[in-house]
Design a protein around this ligand. Structure first.
Ligand SMILES: NC(=O)c1ccc[n+]([C@@H]2O[C@H](COP(=O)([O-])OP(=O)(O)OC[C@H]3O[C@@H](n4cnc5c(N)ncnc54)[C@H](OP(=O)(O)O)[C@@H]3O)[C@@H](O)[C@H]2O)c1
Length: 287
């Protein structure tokens, strides 16, 4: 998956079906509409409540090219249609999509809806949501400490929940579209991600997709909040030299002192792209 930015009007090619390589027995199955199941190469579902993240990485582990390059995910994935289809499918399964302000600022044209990223499946994504008695779009949740948001961003104009500090809420007062709601969650300089997740679950959301970047993912993993990771491996090398190019996690060191294991529970392929699904220890610990 990616944090793709789609310039208005940019065409999206149709994908060929993903080829299943491995599926852990007994995974939840929600009964996808046939067209989605055909493209995904099988059924899909989650044990709720579930917080799952989706990323695309280069072969050398880069997910963000650096602040001077917007839309890293799109560049890394080369807008691969199969990756975009899967992103749309994971959004269609979600009650809420969580991003950090860094991802919002890096994707000035994006909307975090299923059909925005893969329009050819819009009707089938809608069918899945209707079948699950969900509203047409997942709720977008943006976390920011500073409140320094691009308030004319199309995703904010469409409506979002902004979870922020007291100072962030003060900074945003009177500047956001009326479609947005602000939830201040504390006086400190930053929020605890556990309280952000609690605030999302308190809205009745049980399937939460994180499309946030490495800073937020680091905190979700560090605090044991992440249940699953969908990782697209794009067949390209990104390289690293002067600029900081993050892998999946920023702001947190794990090895050698802390081992965060994960189990591969599904693998799919389209061309030379790999679509991997891992279950993390957060969920395993609850088994
Ligand atoms: N390859 C992929 O699949 C993928 C996916 C997502 C993103 N990306 C890329 O990742 C880059 C952005 O990375 P990022 O790590 O900056 O993104 P991010 O994690 O989505 O956003 C970071 C921002 O979130 C806010 N935040 C984080 N922790 C917080 C806390 N505890 N309390 C309150 N606010 C908090 C802060 O916003 P404020 O600064 O406003 O306080 C922080 O600067 C972009 O290049 C994007 O394209 C790639």
């Amino acid at each position: 998956m990616a944090a793709p930015d789609t310039a208005p009007g940019a065409p999206v090619k149709r994908t060929e079906p993903l080829v299943p390589l491995y599926e852990h027995p007994g995974l939840p199955r929600w009964g996808l509409p046939p067209a989605l199941a055909a493209l995904y190469g099988g059924d899909l579902g989650f044990t709720e409540p579930c917080l799952y993240a989706n990323f695309v990485a280069s072969l050398d582990g880069v997910v963000a090219l650096g602040p001077e390059f917007p839309s890293s995910g799109s560049t890394i994935s080369a807008r691969e249609p199969a990756d975009r289809f899967l992103m749309g499918l994971l959004r269609a399964c979600a009650d809420a999509v969580l991003i950090g302000a860094g991802t919002l600022r890096a994707s000035p044209h994006h909307r975090w809806t299923p059909e925005h990223v893969y329009p050819p499946a819009a009707a089938d994504y809608a069918r899945l949501r209707l079948r699950r008695s969900r509203p047409p779009e997942p709720e977008l949740v943006v976390v920011t400490a500073s409140g320094a948001l691009p308030t004319d961003h199309p995703a904010l104009r469409a409506g979002a929940l902004i979870v922020t500090t007291t100072a962030g809420a003060d900074r945003l007062a009177g500047r956001l579209p009326t479609s947005c709601a602000v939830v201040p969650l504390g006086d400190g300089p930053v929020l605890r991600l556990a309280s952000v997740v609690d605030a999302i679950l308190a809205r009745g959301h049980t399937a939460v997709l994180s499309e946030a970047g490495p800073l937020v993912l680091g905190q979700l993993v560090g605090d044991g909040l992440l249940d699953e990771l969908f990782l697209t491996v794009s067949p390209v090398l990104a390289g690293r030299a002067g600029t900081i190019r993050h892998g999946l996690i920023a702001g947190l060191e794990l090895l050698p002192n802390r081992r965060e294991g994960a189990d591969l529970i599904s693998a799919r392929r389209r061309g030379s792209y790999l679509f991997l699904r891992y279950r993390l220890r957060a969920l395993l610990g609850r088994d």
